[in-house]
Design a protein around this ligand. Structure first.
Ligand code: CP3
Length: 385
């Protein structure tokens, strides 16, 4: 008698697949700052939460805003809702966000101010964030990956030294020129804190982590090696010492010609590119070495229409034949129309799935075996149908 047949969906989350350097005909897509003010449902929760940091430290509400864009758009990844400046907070600095003005910290004017920092990050401060990660993970479907993140030491240091966002990061650059030894102490403290923070997120359920180096582009080549590449390399190695095979994306915004040494020296699995990076060069030089993430201009997304169509087509034409995570070159702007995000997704089409038809008696054993075999690589197997 012929055995009953059962359909088993087998797959690895598309984001994890491309970070393992596989090519997907339709790339996984998510967008930096995908949770934020352009979404009415975000603005509603944000109002309920009180301050921005109150939202970051409220696991229930932070999990909700993390999931909002995934629910609305079906992105391939959720990115933890938090901020890069929670690390200085956990090192004992005062951090505030005032509406419309961005972050305010007590400036770290000189070496003496460094002594006021904790030696290590305070795990109690960050515990609610790990809880957010666990909550989000428990609510994600089998195709959507969870990304955790931190700010790169250089970028976090620019805010700590100046106490606020500055146009050219002059205060931190001056500190680094005038007193490189003490600046290195600050960077090292942030390296250690970032390792601990990322490991905490990975242990709580994050499957990928991204290191945001938003202000990498203001550094000259030697400074870039010293304050961007070296600390990032230490974070990548330090995280993988505790979580072997951890998947890591670096985003050295404005890296330009330093993107190649960044990929070669840091050991990241993926590199996020801003929209100024030439896509043909990314294809020839970076994609053979790392998965590329990016790089639509957020202003093209805001503008929509033909400009957006051409950007999306160009990313796919130049980068679509190699390992690619479709994203923007920086965060979504608050004035972005939601319909423009839908346009991108329509243009990219639906994600394909892979199916194996097996005899029912084999199906269960096969899924069990694959789950076991894939686990050490951080892969998850989709549940049998
Ligand atoms: O959706 C996501 O991408 C996850 C959440 C996220 C936020 N900030 C939420 C946020 C992430 C990954 C960040 C990273 C972050 N924070 C960076 C690196 C990436 C980048 O955008 O360059 C930096 C430099 C910061 C520091 C920061 N946070 C600034 C300078 C500001 C003020 C500017 C602004 O956009 O308002 C923030 C505030 C912030 N972080 C908001 C959000 C949604 C807006 C606050 C609000 O809702 O009022």
């Amino acid at each position: 008698m012929e055995e009953e047949r059962k359909t088993v969906s087998v797959g690895i989350k598309p984001l994890l697949r491309v970070l393992a350097r596989e090519h997907e005909p339709v790339p996984p897509v998510w967008m930096m700052r995908q949770a934020g003010r352009y979404l009415p449902e975000y603005r509603a929760v944000r109002e309920k939460a009180g301050g921005f940091l109150d939202l970051c430290f409220n696991p229930e509400l932070a999990a909700e805003v993390t999931l909002q864009p995934v629910r609305r758009f079906g992105f391939d990844a959720a990115i933890l809702f938090s901020d890069i400046l929670v690390v200085p907070l956990a090192l004992g600095r005062k951090v505030e966000f005032t509406a419309g003005e961005g972050p305010r910290l007590e400036p770290l004017a000189d070496a003496a101010a460094l002594t006021s920092l904790h030696e290590t990050i305070d795990g109690k401060v960050l515990a609610p964030i790990y809880e957010t990660v666990a909550r989000v993970k428990s609510q994600l479907d089998t195709k959507t990956a969870l990304i955790g993140f931190c700010g790169a030491p250089w970028t976090v240091a620019t805010y700590m030294v100046a106490g606020e966002a500055t146009p050219d990061q002059a205060p931190a650059r001056l500190f680094a020129y005038r007193d490189p030894e003490n600046f290195a102490r600050l960077i090292d403290l942030l390296v250690q804190g970032s390792i601990e923070y990322l490991v905490g997120q990975l242990k709580a359920g994050a499957e990928v982590v991204q290191i945001f180096d938003t202000w990498a582009g203001v550094l000259g080549p030697q400074q870039f090696e010293h304050w961007c590449i070296e600390p990032t390399q230490k974070i990548v190695a330090g995280v993988r010492e505790q979580v072997s095979g951890a998947k890591i994306i670096g985003f050295p915004r404005g890296a330009s010609a330093m993107a190649l040494p960044y990929v070669q020296l840091t050991g990241v699995d993926g590199i996020g590119l801003d929209w100024t990076y030439p896509r043909g060069i990314a294809r020839d030089v970076l994609q053979p070495r790392a998965t590329v993430q990016g790089n639509v201009d957020p202003l093209a997304l805001l503008a929509g229409g033909g400009a957006l169509d051409r950007e999306v087509d160009d990313v796919m034409k130049e980068l679509g034949d190699g390992p690619l995570i479709f994203n923007l070159g920086h965060g979504i702007l608050p004035a972005t129309p939601i319909a423009h995000v839908d346009c991108i997704l329509r243009q990219l089409d639906a994600t394909p799935s892979y199916e194996l038809i097996l005899p029912a008696s084999l199906a269960e054993a096969f899924v069990g075996w694959l789950t076991h075999a894939a686990a050490p690589y951080g892969y998850e197997v989709l549940a049998p149908a």
